[in-house]
Design a protein around this ligand. Structure first.
Ligand SMILES: C[S@@+](CC[C@H](N)C(=O)[O-])C[C@H]1O[C@@H](n2cnc3c(N)ncnc32)[C@H](O)[C@@H]1O
Length: 237
């Protein structure tokens, strides 16, 4: 397997470590603007994939601020809006999809966001091999791929191994904030987060929406189609 993550925890090899991915590499076309942004702006706002080099968020952003990591930001519309709304927090967005990375880089430039960086690489590997235990204040996981077929559930990013990895990277009191419009995945994740001893649910069951999380077009469509949007917020004990 290419870029095998450094093993930072013990135990037998998990399914993920033998190559099961939470995404499929899409050959989606990039616009000229996205291509240009990727080439021109990644050197300035991109974080290179360097397994084993633990990120120092204070050095990366030049600010001693809370550090929040977003898993799979897609086109980055919510990411840019949240970074703009919370200038006192440092954000690192992780995404494999090149058009989305290009789009978010152009938003960073257009909005002049000093508190947002991106890394174009598998989030599972970045969290495992570039984030030190106890170094993160929050993880955002918004509308992750639901992988609805039962035989694909093992591809879901909110699996017990990755939840444990994120929990270990959190500081005490740090959080995982997850949102989905897929009811069965919401229940599945509620159970998986609830089964992790390092975490506790901040709410009785579903979380309240954070005021700074924008309603994206994707989310509007889900609501118009009659699907409930579920939120979960778990905190590191
Ligand atoms: C359904 S989209 C949601 C995007 C965005 N969060 C939103 O709310 O619109 C899920 C995204 O997660 C990305 N993704 C899935 N697994 C990933 C991984 N292991 N590392 C990085 N990105 C991943 C996919 O490429 C895709 O863009």
């Amino acid at each position: 397997m290419e870029n095998t993550p450094a093993r930072l925890t013990g135990g037998p090899l998990s399914a993920r470590e033998v190559g099961i991915r939470s995404y499929v590499v899409r050959s989606g076309r990039m616009t000229d603007g996205q291509k240009d942004a990727l080439n021109r702006l990644y050197p300035a706002y991109g974080v290179p994939w360097e397994p084993g080099r633990m990120l120092d968020s204070t050095a990366l952003f030049g600010a001693d601020a809370p550090f929040v990591v977003e898993i799979g930001f897609g086109m980055g519309l919510a990411t840019a809006a949240i970074a703009e709304a919370l200038p006192g927090t440092s954000f690192l967005g992780l995404e494999v999809h090149a058009p989305g990375v290009g789009k978010l880089l152009s938003e960073i430039e257009a909005r002049g966001l000093a508190n947002l960086r991106v890394c174009r690489h598998d989030a599972v590997e970045v969290v495992g091999s570039m984030l030190a235990p106890g170094s993160v204040d929050g993880f955002h996981v918004f509308f992750p791929d639901p992988w609805p077929k039962k035989r694909h559930h093992k591809r879901r990013i909110m699996n017990p191994d990755f939840i444990r990895l994120m929990a270990e990277r959190l500081k005490p009191g740090g959080y995982i904030y997850y949102v989905t419009d897929w009811e069965e995945y919401a229940e599945w994740t509620l159970d998986a987060l609830g089964a992790e001893p390092l975490l506790r649910n901040q709410y009785g069951r579903w979380a309240e929406r954070e005021s700074w999380r924008p309603v994206t077009k994707f989310e509007e469509r889900a609501v118009n189609d009659g699907r409930a949007v579920r939120e979960l917020k778990f905190v590191r004990v």
